[in-house]
Design a protein around this ligand. Structure first.
Ligand code: SF4
Length: 364
């Protein structure tokens, strides 16, 4: 073995180590970028330029930042990296309507996002945590346990990196991937703000939906803070007893408190809340369940989204089509809008509640 390859390996290892210790710029807002540039004694307009390169032009290297002087590009590159995430695997080919993206964090953990295309609408389903502590009985992510909260950059970077792989501009974001967004509240709101920012990604507030399992103190806070992003809440049962069957979190945040929080949100928001209801065979799918659901929600300003269960090989099953139709028929008389989400991507385990990172999925 000659010395030259050894030296090359060592250099690349050292470079890798220094890259990993660098702070990522994606995730920083205008004010934070300004602070970095102030320290470097740069004029304030550079902050706007840098913000544009990161979030509007979505460059991958400092070299591509055309109007930033080369000296400044060099100074930035010495201390910072652009992306906090590395895309390591894509399931599904470019033409397919649903594709799943696997990312590695700088700390080594992995998270997934899903891209779904339907007509003019291209939606990314984003993760907010690695794993999840909430432990819903029907959810694949729950089997991972909780590992960590994602940073603002790790959330926003899912959008930026997937947008480069998408054949159409991403029109909608849903926080329905791995994790409970309201248990990483501050970072999720900051990430939504960055995706909504006028001179950056500029996604309309009503195109961003945050979905929670029903963390009532955070729903109340969200209502008080009057955020303009849409809110979805997983109901999955029309009584406290039914919710408890699949969602242990209902013990801490009982249905009655959740209903008060929903009404509070409705009184302060322009958008009706979307209530998600997963249909699981023999658990939540009877005509009586549908009737109870209608009684519970009548008089409330809401939309109901019924989701036939996406099986993950566990004890819960998706009801047959006849049973789903019978359930929906009861709700035809509901005084609130009802939609059925025939979840996309179930064949690649990218449907709602199916995201869980397995080592084998990286090698497929
Ligand atoms: S459904 Fe959502 S909140 Fe429940 S365990 Fe899965 S990821 Fe967590």
């Amino acid at each position: 073995m000659s010395c030259a390859p050894l030296k090359d390996n060592r250099n690349s290892l050292l470079m890798q180590a220094s890259l990993e210790s660098k702070i990522a710029l994606v995730g920083l807002n205008r004010r934070e970028l300004d602070t970095i540039l102030n320290v470097l004694k740069e004029p304030s307009f550079r902050g706007q330029q840098l913000f544009g390169w990161l979030y509007r032009s979505r460059v991958d290297s400092f070299e591509d930042m055309g109007n930033i002087p080369s000296g400044l590009r060099k100074s930035l590159e010495e201390k910072y990296r652009i992306h906090p995430l590395k895309l390591i695997h894509v399931t599904g080919s470019t033409g397919e309507s649903t594709r799943k993206f696997l990312f590695e964090l700088q700390s080594g953990e992995k998270v997934e996002s899903v891209l779904m295309k339907e007509g003019k609408r291209t939606t990314i389903c984003i993760s907010s945590q690695v794993g999840c502590a909430v432990d819903c009985d029907f959810c694949a992510t729950a089997s991972m346990g909780f590992q960590k909260n994602l940073s603002v950059g790790e959330i926003v970077d899912q959008f930026l990196l997937v947008s480069k792989e998408s054949t159409a501009p991403i029109t909608n974001v849903v926080f329905m991937g791995m994790g409970e967004p309201f248990l990483n509240y501050d970072r999720v709101i900051s990430a939504a703000d960055l995706m909504n920012a006028e001179k950056g990604i500029k996604l309309g507030a009503k195109r961003i939906t945050i979905s929670t399992v029903g963390i009532t103190p955070k729903i109340n806070r969200y209502a008080e803070e009057k955020h303009r992003y849409k809110l979805a809440i997983s109901l999955n049962g029309a009584s406290q007893e039914k919710r408890l069957k699949t969602m242990p979190i209902a013990k801490k945040y009982p249905l009655n408190d959740l209903l008060v929080a929903i009404d509070h949100f409705s009184s302060r928001s322009r958008h009706p809340v979307t209530l998600e209801y997963v249909l699981m065979a023999g658990v939540t799918d009877s005509k009586e369940d549908a009737q109870k659901l209608m009684t519970l929600l009548s008089g409330r300003r809401c939309k109901l989204n019924v989701i036939p269960y996406n099986e993950i090989g566990g004890k819960y099953k998706r009801p047959g089509d006849e049973r789903i139709e019978a359930f929906i028929k009861v709700l035809e008389k509901a005084p609130f809008p009802v939609t059925v989400r025939w979840s996309k991507g179930t064949d690649i385990a990218a449907g709602c509640g199916q995201l869980a990172v397995m080592e084998s999925s990286v090698n497929n």
